[in-house]
Write a protein that binds this ligand. Structure first.
Ligand code: GUN
Length: 296
């Protein structure tokens, strides 16, 4: 069996960021308006801080104004909700993202439902999740699954009839990923920690999306020969030198000999997620101003 094609998320994300940037500049020339994204970080989790900084930097590079907000870990829920109400009213802000996870004393559900659905670039508001589920127009769709779908369609543009298995049932990735694949006419299975014969289920999948948060959980023997494998995992594991290294949810070296195509970690889903956040901000901006949806 030939070695799997590596789906270069980093390169695809770069193209997508460039396309967003071009649209942003064109819209600015035509209308003298600039999209804006507010990113809210509560607490000082180092990994979240890096993600947030990255999001803000890439916004600026794409010509999107960034409005970072950092709140202490012990901030009162009410104060965070007041900030969100202010961002909902702020005409410069077209997208609002509150970095998850939040500290335990804050209700994530309440926070997500306070964000104006038209500014909900994460697509986590219940109205957007519902719109995606019923196939209604105007849904804001979570960035990670959109990024995964773009990568899958680069390899195979028409997915009708393919068997897809999504490993993981989170609201952030698993459930919306399944909805997107279903909308592409795949036959979709959602598998999780209680699934019987997980390996056997995986082995039937033409498309396998792994989002379980467990390092190298999916073994090469679980993969159907020629399958498209998308690895959403970002797991830090210690190396022999005492440092940390990022690995995915798939045993990459084993998968290389079986899969038809696979996204690596790092350099796969991660950069796509941030590029899709810029795209979602542009979409939100266009809808708020009554412009056509962008062509990116
Ligand atoms: N934490 C991990 N992934 C995400 C994401 O996609 N959006 C937000 N807001 N927080 C996250």
């Amino acid at each position: 069996m030939a070695r799997a094609e590596i789906i270069d998320g980093k390169a695809i994300a770069k193209e997508l960021r460039r396309a967003v940037r071009e649209e942003v500049y064109q819209l600015h020339d035509q209308h003298h308006l600039t999209p804006g994204l507010a990113v809210v970080l509560v607490g000082d989790d180092p990994a979240s801080a890096i993600y947030v900084r990255n999001k803000n930097e890439q916004c600026e590079e794409a010509g999107i104004a960034s409005f970072p907000h950092r709140l202490p870990a012990d901030v009162r829920e009410e104060e965070l909700l007041t900030l969100i109400h202010g961002l909902n009213r702020d005409y410069r802000v077209n997208g609002i993202l509150v970095q998850l996870p939040l500290p335990d004393h804050i209700s994530t559900e309440k926070v997500l439902e306070t964000i104006d659905p038209v500014k909900d670039v994460d697509g986590f508001h219940i109205l957007n999740a519902g719109r995606l589920a019923v196939g209604a127009a105007g849904a804001m769709v979570p960035c990670t699954p959109v990024g995964c779908l773009i990568m899958i369609k680069r390899r195979t543009p028409d997915l009708a009839g393919y068997k897809a298995l999504v490993l993981g049932r989170s609201n952030i990735v698993g459930k919306p990923m399944a909805q997107l694949l279903l909308a592409e006419n795949c036959t979709v299975t959602i598998a999780h920690s209680k699934t019987d014969d997980l390996a056997g289920e995986c082995r039937q999948a033409d498309i396998l999306v792994a989002a379980v948060g467990r390092p190298r959980f999916v073994r090469g023997t679980w993969i159907k020969p020629g399958a498209i494998v998308i690895d959403v995992g970002i797991n830090r594991v210690p190396t022999e030198g005492g440092k940390n290294r990022l690995v995915g949810d798939v045993a990459f070296d084993e998968a290389l000999d079986v899969a038809g195509a696979i996204s690596p970690v790092p350099g796969g889903v991660g950069p796509m997620t941030v590029a899709c956040l810029l795209r979602s901000t542009l979409i939100a901006f266009c809808r708020q101003h009554g412009f056509d949806d962008p062509k990116v």
